[in-house]
Write a protein that binds this ligand. Structure first.
Ligand SMILES: [Zn+2]
Length: 168
């Protein structure tokens, strides 16, 4: 069961997803207000209670992303929506491709890395896309924080919920 809750900052911007235990702890310590409950119910020794879906911090804290989205394989896959940047197929087994290969001085950053399926990765090897006769569907780029947060919200299925309660 997916019991993650959305935690909004004190200014109602998205902060992160947290698990329900952490969410309940924040509720009990008075650090958050519950904006919306989920349909999920937890039964414990102390009783039955409904898990919150959206929480907002009483205070504004500094965002987890200070100025830019940090580079990681996971974040490249999120930016590319878990699809191959060359053939557009979505796959659970995506790897990271250096558009300009590392052996040719390509950097490991958002501007040079894309998600790539195994077939395309094998075909490309350590060539540039031109040498391999392949084309990128979209040029890689450093995602902005707000764009990235929106992608993450959509992927976690909570975007509609935030639209519904008037946050996005
Ligand atoms: Zn592919």
């Amino acid at each position: 069961m997916d019991t993650s809750c959305i935690l909004l900052n004190g200014d109602y911007t998205f902060l992160c997803l947290i698990d329900w235990k952490k969410a309940m702890k924040l509720v009990f310590t008075g650090k958050v207000k519950i904006l919306k409950y989920s349909e999920k119910i937890i039964r414990s020794i102390s009783g039955v209670f409904r898990i919150p879906a959206v929480l907002v911090l009483i205070k504004v804290v500094r965002s987890i992303y200070k100025s830019r989205v940090p580079f990681s394989k996971k974040n490249v896959l999120i930016r590319d929506r878990h699809t191959c940047a060359y053939c557009g197929k979505s796959s659970k087994r995506l790897t990271i491709d250096h558009v300009i290969p590392r052996s040719k001085g390509g950097k490991t950053d958002f501007d040079n890395c894309v998600s790539c399926c195994e077939d395309c990765n094998n075909k490309k090897g350590s060539k540039t896309p031109r040498q391999a006769g392949m084309r990128l569907l979209k040029r890689p780029y450093q995602p902005t924080i707000s764009e990235f947060v929106r992608i993450r919200l959509k992927q976690s299925g909570v975007y509609e919920l935030l639209v519904e309660i008037g946050i996005y």
